[in-house]
Structures are given as C-alpha cells and as structure tokens.
Design a protein around this ligand. Sequence first.
Ligand code: FMN
Length: 572
Amino acid sequence: MVAISENAQGRLTIQTVEIAPNTTAIRSLDWDRDRFDIEFGLQNGTTYNSYLIKGEKIVLVDTSHQKFRDLYLNTLKSLVNPKAIDYIIVSHTEPDHSGLVEDVLQLAPRATVLASKIALQFLDNLVHDPFSKRIVKSGDRINIGKGHEIEFVSAPNLHWPDTIFSYDRHTEVLYTCDAFGMHYCSDDTFDKDLEAIEADFRFYYDCLMGPNARSLLNAMKKMGDLGHIKIIANGHGPLLYHHLDVLRECYQSWSHKQANKETTVGVLYVSDYGYGERLAQAVSQGIQKSEVGVEFIDIATADVQEVNELALRSAGIVIGMPPSDNAAAHAAISSLLAVVKNKQFVGFFESFGGDDEPIAPLRKRFIDLGVKEAFPAMKIKQTPNEPLFRELQECGTDMGQLVVRARNIKQVKSIDVNIEKALGRISNGLYILTTAKDGTKNGMLASWVAQASLKPLGFTVAVAKERAIESCLQVGDRFVLNVLEEGNYKELKKHFLKRLLPGCDRFATINTQTANNGCSILCDALAYMECEVIRTMECSDHFIMYCSVEHGRVSKPEGITAVRHRKVGNYY
Ligand SMILES: Cc1cc2nc3c(=O)[nH]c(=O)nc-3n(C[C@H](O)[C@H](O)[C@H](O)COP(=O)(O)O)c2cc1C
C-alpha cells in the first residue's frame, strides 16, 4: 500500500509491506531530503522505518519524522486501532524516529513505552503528559503471543547514547534502528540491488557508525548470541535480507579496522545539544582523511572512566562545547584535564546551542598543561551551513595531519633507499588545481599528473587522502588544472604551499580570472584546462582521479612547462 503527499518539504510517501508473519513495515519515504545533514552527502533521500507487530498484544517499533505526521498517523490508523497498541518500542530518541511518539501516545493512551533508561529520561522531557513506561536492557524479553517473543539488546553509543535493538525470536527479525541503515530512498523494501546501495551503505557507516566502532563491535557480539537473524529491520533505507550476511560482515570488518587504527582522536560532544553532532561529524570526516581513527563520546551520558580511557588512548582530543549548565559534561571535561599528556593535540568548537560554555577559559587550562592546539577554536555565531561544515572539516584535516606526522616520517625513513632513488627518476610537470564547491574556493600544488586518454582527452592526478581539497574532487566535481611555466612558477608554488587557517581566502592576493566552471584560472600560469572528475581509484594513501578536459587554452605559445626533477621518490 502507498500513501502520498507532496508539499513544501518535497515528495513524501508511505509504503506498508508485510515483511514477516504478523509484521508490517511502515516506511516513510522522504524522496527529496537534501544534504543539510552531513551524512546525506550522496543525496539519495532517505526513509524512516517503523514496524507493527500484531501478536495477541500489539507492538509498534519506532515512529517517524514529524514531517510525516498526518501521513504516518493515518497509515497507522488504517493498519490497527491505535487504542489497541500495547507497547511502543523506542529504539532511540533521535527525533527522526521518535518525533511522533507523543502523537501516537495520544491515540494509544494505554500503551507502555519500552526503552533504555537514558531514552526514557529524554522522553520525559519530550512528552508532556504522563505515560506508562518500562526500562528494558539486554536479556529482557516480552511475550506478545502468537509465538512472538521479543528480546532486547542494549547497544549504547551507536551515534546516540540510548540505543536498544529488539529481536523477535519467532520471525528472526532484528530491529536495529540507525545501525545497519543507509540514507537511500527507493520503492525497494529490501536490499535486492546491492550495487545501487553499497556506496550509501558505506558512506552512512563512515559518518555515523565508524566513530562508534568499539560500541558497534560490542553490539554485534551480543547480536551473535541471539541466534539466526533473517532480516535486519533498520531505521533508514532498504531492510537487509538478500545480502544480510555480506553487509553484516562489512560492518564487522570496517569496525575492526576502525577500532584497531594505530592512531585515534577522541571527539567529545553532547549529542542532543545544539549542532554538536553534525559539527562533530564534519571534524571527524577531516580527521579520517589521514587514516586516523575517530571515536565519538557523548559527555552528557558517558561515565568519567570511559572518557578518561578514551583520552588516554587518543593522540588528539576535540571538544564540542556543552551547555554551561550540564554538570555531567563538565565533570567529564574536568576529569580529562587530569589525564591529558603534553604530546597530545586538542581542538575546540562551539555547538551553537545558545548557551555554550565559553571556550577561552577551558582552552587556557589545556594549553597551560602543555597540550598543543591543532586548530584555532571554532566560534560559531551563525546557523551552521555548508561552508562552515567544510571549514570544520579542514580543522579536522589539520588535526589528522598533525597526529600522524611523526608516524609518517618514521615510515618514509624505512623505505629501501635504492627503490626510493629509482622512483625519484620519474618526473612530472608542476600544476595548480583549483576548485570551487559550496561557496568555498581551494587550490593545491600537484605534480603527480599524467595524460591518460585520447578520446575523450583525459588525464589522471593523484591526490593524497588527507588533502583538504580531496572533498572538492568527487566524481562529477569540476575544477581547473593550471599548468605552471618554467622560469615563472616559484612565487605560485610558494603561495600554494603556504599554510592558511581554515576558512582563509587563498586567492585574495594573486591574479586570477574565473573559468566557466567557477574555479580560478591563474593569470601567471602557462595554460589552463577546465576539467571534470570522471572516476576515482583508491590507491593506498592517494586517490587517483581520472578527469576529462572540457576546455583549455595556452597563454604563451612559446612557453614550456615547469618540470619537477627529484632525486628520491619518497616525496613529491
Ligand atoms: C612539488 C610538490 C608537488 C606536489 N604534488 C602533489 C600531488 O601531486 N598530489 C598531492 O596530493 N599533493 C601534492 N603535493 C602536496 C600538496 O601540494 C601540499 O601538501 C598541499 O597543498 C597542502 O595542503 P593540505 O594542507 O591539504 O595538505 C605536492 C607538494 C610539492 C611540494
């Protein structure tokens, strides 16, 4: 069955499908959700999945986003008399799943809300009238008749601190809410088309789950004890069924890799305050470019011991400022001051919650202990937008590069000298790549550029994974390749190697023109080409980008390209 509504919020539809005996998925399909949330980068919309299980007792697992209010409640009423609902399982309290709990409770006044202890504390603030509730934790079960027995698994800190999974022994369906989800909207109820979903599945993992890899490994261990899982009924995107084993294995191996990274940065923030979580995600995307693990921790709910352990195993700490009246968060931060070491790096950002604790006094306490600041504290005075997220990502990139610098120097020194020397005989030209994306202009000196095809005219460029500019060189992005001229490149080379603070205008002091694609043509370059990234290939520490050339001009026909001759191949 499909219910449809089209309004200012874009196309919204609801799909209801029987996924197992007595079990209906109510999927709110949000086709046009844009990428305001950082994890919606692939722009394939999203879904909010809720489930109705009709044993002798009736159970609703999660609800939907407020924007689906009428559609969702009408659909629910068409499936069941809401007064007959006995239990509402709230897997976690993020508003896109629990936004309609209060509305449903008004229709289902005798329902008992089943959730973790922390989730019920959150709900007490969200739901105005008193409601019946019961805390559930790992091992707790409810028998709802017709063979359905539901067992709960505590799975805290999976991007929200209060998560539980619920497993129906009868149907072998595991309800996981955000875990194993993806922002992908289509009419397919299940994961039939693996190729179509795999990029979104991975991207969602990297943004939301990777920074909680240790918590995820704990939750997956508990999942292993439940018995056979036939369907993973997630909270976003198609449900996992056809490729469940493969996708579960992906989570397992990505999380192992993430949790065992040699170097880690701890990101501390309060998940339900201000823009804390989105800003933390932006920083962590930058940090992860340097093959550095990120671990998130919600300092409003984590215990002090956990925070200290994270600080002890981290090379850097990023703090999203909590509200000034949150005693638990302040206790966690104070305890940090007792364990940080002077070889660690620290960075601060405001959460834009209206009542952020000021950064300056806290920053001073860290600096006085000898801890180095990885990026200038980010004071956020306007509603966070795309350029700001990008700036924060650059802060993360700086943090990532700093914490791995010592490790990288050691690795480079260990390369065989003869190989190094031989590789050094490969020579290339010198180029400046310029980009313009989401209102931000960027530029990078590059020499690992080589022509790669004749039809269409194309070339490759190798861009290190930790480069800030890498996020502006995704497939489909356009840029300009400026070719530097022999005898006339030193100033430009120096200019583009200068370190600038995140957000500074790299082009303010040089002569440029704007290309058709919006990127900068350097007036002192020998030639330029307007290009598009067609394909990328991951090669260990670099991405190789294959690009096609759309336009191009030479400014001085007699000029020759600057060439980079090296003696060793362990740098550019
Ligand atoms: C001569 C030379 C050539 C370079 N070529 C490349 C290159 O091809 N790819 C790359 O990723 N970085 C290259 N780099 C490094 C970047 O230009 C430089 O580190 C970067 O602009 C700094 O940006 P970041 O802060 O994002 O690291 C080169 C550096 C030099 C000195």
